[in-house]
Ligand binder design. Structure first.
Ligand SMILES: CC/C=C\C/C=C\CC/C=C/C=C/C(=O)SCCNC(=O)CCNC(=O)[C@H](O)C(C)(C)COP(=O)(O)OP(=O)(O)OC[C@H]1O[C@@H](n2cnc3c(N)ncnc32)[C@H](O)[C@@H]1OP(=O)(O)O
Ligand SMILES: NC(=O)C1=CN([C@@H]2O[C@H](COP(=O)(O)OP(=O)(O)OC[C@H]3O[C@@H](n4cnc5c(N)ncnc54)[C@H](OP(=O)(O)O)[C@@H]3O)[C@@H](O)[C@H]2O)C=CC1
Length: 323
């Protein structure tokens, strides 16, 4: 076993060196280059208002950028007004379309209602709502205090519910349709140790969105979910990989050999929120380079077995014939 594992790691490091790779991707990732351009036709979101929670940073910022490039008027909301204002300015100067920054702690239903009041005066009610705000950190569950549990589940599950219900009720009142999108993650489906509050809350968000997809179609509302795998953002990686030691193992188990990019996620979010997706509701879109199925399959680690090792094992298996 030791010999085999030495062989594996030698093969692996040769693989990386020979491709002249930076750490952070496998050679075969060159077969899956990320397309960074905007996918939809220009002006796909002209005269549309888009509301994005957590839109000041990371994936929220990337989605606001692409939607603004496609002509939308964006409203981004979270706790840190200075961060939001800087992002709004940056995007607006790049796209020429208005981006509004509103302070809102999604854990507080009154703050959510006030934020929606402000948005209504600025832009009117939104056509697209993206529930992206989240909190998370890795922690053994036996170390979690009640308040630690609450801080994550309040942002992720209650925050999404408060935003969705507040906007949904007002849109229904005004007889207006809308697209709702929630950003969850692949472990919302499987659960995951060391992020139990996030896994529980994201699973709750998925149940909420599937429920409302069934219930509110009659009001012209669509509800969809994107489950991203790892995409390098400061917010996520500083809390989920604080030492930087987990990233390589993660890339090794992603069949496409690399992390996702914010721009790829933003294109998918724009598509699901657009008129091109008007028949898509209640969908759960896994977006992870194949990581989920790769982690799930019993024998998938056999990818590391070399041709010589296969030759040897095949001979061993064939020798059992008749036994
Ligand atoms: C290799 C892996 C790398 C990457 C990704 C891989 C896989 C793909 C799947 C990824 C999914 C990602 C999901 C995400 O959601 S990433 C988004 C991350 N972004 C954020 O979390 C941004 C917002 N976060 C925050 O503001 C804070 O981190 C926090 C703690 C969530 C909320 O801040 P707040 O100021 O409200 O809370 P505090 O008062 O600081 O703390 C509340 C409560 O929690 C306890 N706490 C805080 N940190 C920890 C910790 N690290 N461990 C244990 N407990 C913690 C804190 O002590 C408080 O409890 P009490 O002391 O009061 O009991
Ligand atoms: N990056 C990744 O690998 C993955 C990310 N995801 C999901 O993608 C989404 C974006 O994550 P990412 O961009 O990586 O991380 P970020 O930390 O950059 O984004 C989280 C955002 O949520 C906002 N937020 C946090 N708490 C609150 C609150 N109480 N009220 C309002 N806004 C709040 C933060 O803004 P502020 O601090 O100003 O409030 C921040 O902008 C999240 O839903 C995350 O779960 C899912 C899978 C993988």
């Amino acid at each position: 076993l030791t010999l085999l594992s030495q062989q594996f790691s030698q093969t692996e490091s040769w693989f990386h060196r020979s491709a002249g790779l930076q750490s952070g991707s496998a050679p075969h990732s060159q077969l899956f280059p990320p397309a960074e351009g905007v996918m939809l036709p220009p002006e796909s979101f002209k005269n549309r208002v888009v509301f994005i929670t957590g839109g000041g940073t990371g994936l929220g910022r990337a989605m606001a950028t692409v939607l603004s490039q496609l002509g939308a008027q964006c409203v981004i909301a979270s706790r840190k007004l200075d961060v939001l204002q800087q992002t709004a300015e940056d995007i607006c100067s790049r796209t020429g379309n208005k981006v509004h920054a509103l302070q809102c702690d999604v854990r507080d239903p009154q703050a959510v209602s006030h934020c929606v009041d402000q948005m209504t005066s600025l832009t009117g009610l939104p056509d697209v709502i993206i529930n992206n705000a989240a909190g998370n950190f890795i922690c053994p569950s036996e170390r979690l205090s009640p308040n630690a549990w609450k801080s994550i589940t309040d942002i992720v599950l209650n925050g999404t519910a408060f935003v969705t219900l507040e906007l949904g009720k007002r849109l229904i009142q005004d007889q207006r349709g809308a697209s709702f999108l929630a950003i969850t993650t692949i472990y919302a489906e499987s659960g995951s140790g060391f992020v139990a509050p996030s896994a529980s809350a994201k699973a709750g968000v998925e149940a909420l969105y599937k429920s409302l997809a069934a219930e509110w179609g009659r009001y012209g509302h669509r509800f969809n979910i994107i489950q991203p795998g790892p995409i390098k953002t400061k917010g996520a990686f500083s809390r989920l990989d604080p030492t930087g030691k987990f990233e390589k193992g993660m890339i090794d188990r992603i069949p496409t050999g690399r992390l996702g990019t914010p721009a790829e996620l933003a294109n998918l979010a724009a598509y699901l929120s657009s008129d091109y997706a008007s028949w898509i509701s209640g969908a759960v879109m896994r977006f992870d380079g194949g990581e989920y199925v790769s982690m799930a399959g019993e024998f998938n680690d056999l990818r590391r077995v070399t041709p010589d090792q296969w030759k040897m094992m095949e001979a061993m298996i064939r020798s059992t014939k008749g036994s």
